[in-house]
Design a binder for this molecule. Structure first.
Ligand code: FAD
Length: 351
């Protein structure tokens, strides 16, 4: 493998594909590597009923719009289908089934070590998302619990929970959506540290994108961001969540301090038995393949200015969330972030 690419993108989920669009436009010599054998990134693994927060009109990658769907919010498999067709449409060069294990840099060239050999490139974009790094807090007694525990990353459908008293932990969208559907088949309690913050019914993910954009503009212009002008809830009232609220199941039972073999001990000291705990407690960043070129903190993040590494020349990180560009964790937000990233790469290669 003596070919040296201008850029290698690690990960061909939505973030990697958006980078591919701009790299192709810039006529750079590039390649995307992905460890999965099929297109779709994290959307391949999410639970069966997951939908986008935003209508198709507001969920497009650069260039080729997501087709309109019959229902307001596109379904998970419609997103997978869109991503598959997007990479075919732009004939993006992707090698699948290639896992990047680590990277070394020598004389200005990155040596990307993978399960299929070593690739070389002048620049690297890491776009590996968060799904591979689910986070579960290390709460006292967690090892003592004898029931079933799983993270939302591995939750597929309510079918396996029938008759099992279930505790769902976490106040975000995953928690609300999983409470909504598991509570249809069994008794569920919802544990949250803070009171869940619901957005108004007529607000969708596009609103969150606009809030993130306003914050971004304010910071760029050195102005304070007036958060009071916005309703900063975070739970989008997609139809199943609205329906669950109407059934009265979306109320928090508060938080617990520790687990015991049969369940949890609530803050007031009372014990409660559960058969299953579903942790909807978020993700770190799946960046372990970068540990040989940058310092990573315990969540997997590293120092960047927007998407550009501040410590390793020639390295960019895309799609991991606000620290790599505001709203860059969403389909629509990737446009701005990946366009800027590829402009920076062109500048770097030409200087
Ligand atoms: P991923 O989709 O995770 O893709 C990363 C790719 O990198 C994968 O294909 C993986 O195989 C590959 N990879 C990882 N490590 C390696 C390695 N070492 N070597 C080679 N390949 C590797 N987003 C929206 O835009 N709109 C929404 O409405 C929305 N709703 C959501 C609702 C919920 C409840 C949740 C949990 C998420 C939602 N998201 C939404 C977020 C979205 O699912 C993720 O942010 C998105 O999948 C991230 O894309 P990505 O390309 O950065 O990462």
């Amino acid at each position: 493998m003596d070919k040296i690419f201008d850029t290698i993108v690690i990960g061909a989920g939505q973030s990697g594909l958006a980078c591919g669009y701009y790299l192709r436009k810039a006529k750079l010599k590039f390649l995307l590597l992905d460890k999965q054998s099929e297109p779709g990134g994290a959307w391949l693994h999410a639970w069966d009923s997951l939908t986008l927060f935003s209508p198709a009109d507001y969920s497009s990658l650069p260039g080729w719009p997501m087709p309109k769907t019959e229902q307001k919010f596109p379904l998970r498999l419609q997103v997978v289908d869109y991503l598959m067709k997007y990479e075919q449409h732009y004939q993006l060069p992707i090698q699948r089934g290639v896992e990047v294990t680590h990277i070394l840099k020598d004389n200005g060239i990155f040596h990307i070590h993978t399960s299929k050999g070593i690739f070389q490139a002048k620049t690297v974009i890491s776009a590996t998302g968060t799904w591979g790094n689910p986070y579960i807090p290390n709460i006292k007694g967690i090892d003592k619990f004898s029931g079933i525990q799983l993270h939302s990353a591995h939750y597929k459908s309510p079918d396996n929970f029938k008759g099992l008293k279930t505790l769902v932990v976490g106040e975000g969208n995953s928690g609300a959506q999983i409470v909504a559907e598991v509570s249809k088949v069994t008794e569920v309690k919802w544990s949250t540290k803070k009171e869940p913050q619901f957005l108004p019914d007529d607000v969708d993910g596009y609103y969150l994108f606009n809030v993130a954009s306003a914050r971004y503009r304010a910071e760029k212009e050195g102005r304070p961001f007036d958060a009071s002008a916005y309703n900063l809830g975070n739970i989008v009232m997609v139809p199943p969540v609205k329906e669950a609220r109407e059934r009265g199941v979306l109320t928090s039972s508060g938080s617990f301090t520790e687990l015991y073999d049969q369940g949890v001990i609530w803050e007031n000291g009372q014990q409660e038995q559960f058969d299953t705990i579903i942790w909807c407690t978020g993700f770190g960043y799946d960046t372990k393949h970068l540990r040989t070129v940058v310092t990573l903190d315990e969540r997997g993040s590293t120092e960047t200015i927007e998407s550009k590494s501040t410590t390793t020349d020639g390295l960019w990180l895309v799609g991991y969330g606000n620290w790599t560009g505001y709203a860059s964790g969403t389909l629509i937000g990737l446009n701005r972030s990946t366009k800027q990233t590829v402009q920076e790469i062109e500048f770097f290669l030409n200087s």
